[in-house]
Design a protein around this ligand. Structure first.
Ligand code: PXP
Length: 240
């Protein structure tokens, strides 16, 4: 069964609504772990719109499961990651105006900058994952850049209406997943997944991790985070 990485950024987004101290993402990480989260993910954005440096520092000391830091391939973020040493750094594209991460990292177009960041992180003992679109060119560029893990962007699959568009997007993810494995990299997937659409993705052969945020935090508003995580784990295990 694929592991579940729980993205707790939205807890910090709620805190940001009052620019105060609650709810605390550090508490959220504890609840997510008690619900069965296999990893905790936070995205430290350049504009610090939700997760703050203090959160990442505290989470590094309090989270018992692996910590996945999403970040842009910027010198500032590489320096922070090398100091904090998360278990894994997922490199994502970042645009100030976007509501959430919109597309995959364009490793083809930014090969040199990205490879330099991956080199520094890897030398510092941080595993690097590339968040990429389901495109074989990006898979090969990620391999070239030194990544050992790829997270396939499942957003287009999640947004596609039922029918041929949905089947086409699923097939893209499946084929790119196969290419990642053929290149000897670890296969992860995430973005836009919820309690129903997760099952087809969870059935992908040799999938290691699913990274999910919005659906879990939305459910948690009504049921509590521990329960929302446990139910997502159940949805993933039912796919077996
Ligand atoms: N993976 C990556 C790289 C992301 O940037 C995000 C969103 O922050 C997710 C997974 C989770 O996406 P969602 O919140 O839609 O589940």
């Amino acid at each position: 069964m694929a592991k579940l990485g729980v993205n707790i950024d939205h807890v910090a987004t709620l805190r940001q609504a009052r620019q105060g101290t609650e709810p605390d993402p550090v508490w959220a990480a504890v609840e997510a772990e008690l619900g069965g989260a296999d990893l905790i993910t936070v995205h430290l954005r350049e504009d610090r719109r939700h997760i703050r440096d203090r959160d990442v520092e505290l989470l590094r000391h309090t989270v018992a499961v692996p910590l996945n830091l999403e970040m842009a391939a910027l010198d500032e973020m590489v320096t922070i990651a090398l100091r904090i040493k998360p278990t894994m750094a997922t490199l994502v594209p970042e645009k100030r105006a976007e509501v959430t991460t919109e597309g995959g990292l364009d490793v083809v177009a930014n090969a040199r900058t990205i490879a330099a960041a991956v080199g520094k992180l890897t030398d510092g003992g941080v595993n690097c994952s590339a968040f990429i679109d389901a495109d074989p060119r990006q898979v090969h560029a990620a391999k070239q850049a030194g990544f050992t893990i790829c997270e396939l962007h499942t957003g287009p699959y999640a947004l596609a209406a039922a029918g041929s568009a949905h089947d086409r997007e699923f097939e893209r993810v499946r084929a790119a997943g196969e290419e990642i494995l053929n290149c000897g990299m670890q296969l992860n997937a995430g973005h836009g997944l919820n309690y129903t659409n997760v099952q087809s993705i969870a059935r992908l052969p040799h999938l290691s991790e699913l990274h999910i945020g919005h659906a879990i935090i939305s459910r948690a508003v009504f049921t509590g985070l521990r329960d929302a995580v446990a139910r997502m784990k159940m949805a993933i295990s039912n796919a077996d």
